[in-house]
Design a protein around this ligand. Sequence first.
Ligand SMILES: Cc1ncc(COP(=O)(O)O)c(C=O)c1O
Length: 254
Amino acid sequence: FGLDPTRAAPAVRALTDGIHPHLELRGVHAHLASGLDAPELLAVARSIVTWAAELGVGLFEVNVGGGMSVDYARPESRFDWAAYGEGLARLSDTYPDLTLRVEPGRALTAYCGWYATEVLDVKHSHGEEFAVVRGGTHHLRTPATKGHDQPCSVLPVDAWPHPWPRPSAAGDRVTLTGQLCTPKDVLSRHVPAPGLRAGDRVAFSLAGAYAWNISHHDFLMHPRPGFHFLNHHENGHTIGDDGEVRAARPRGDR
Ligand SMILES: Cc1ncc(COP(=O)(O)O)c(C=O)c1O
């Protein structure tokens, strides 16, 4: 999407030569990168603003886009918003008549979502242990598209209601996969999960951005996950399979 910068000059001319008086050029909107740390993203912002200023027309606004990093390998780390803000302030001082805008996506919402599922089976194949979880990359495609291991926590469940023996991991590391008929359906590789059993739950974190929305939901026509929205009082609401929004039960009524 967007416009090649080499084609900007005629577009700007068409908006500023008076032939279309009902159209007013307000500014430039750019989104050039994804997953950058603060110094890299500031360099991008500087290059956009410099380029926009060199267009030589009076601009009111420049939107330098999103692209703030989320580190899936180190989920506790955070984009350095303070350094980025200070850098933008310095940039803004250089162009005092310009309104600078940013539009972060991933780094704001990734931390707000979890994908919770359960282990259906644990099996050995070609010397590796795999746990197949209910669902997979048709719900959470992020690790498949970005090639990372989705951070996760195992929540052990003691109950095993079935009459057959409970499958469990013999080793320390287990690769967590989904149910799809493709070797690409991998959520996290070599997860330290000694003794992981069928019936245990797994909660994948950093699932609040580019997760459900970018997934191929109907691959193999498996059921869709439920969506539960919590507010900070823990009395959020739930969206049922029928799409109906219901108040979550208050605490103590579970
Ligand atoms: C135009 C535009 N702005 C902002 C964003 C947000 O980017 P990010 O999630 O990397 O912060 C996107 C993401 O694709 C985008 O297309």
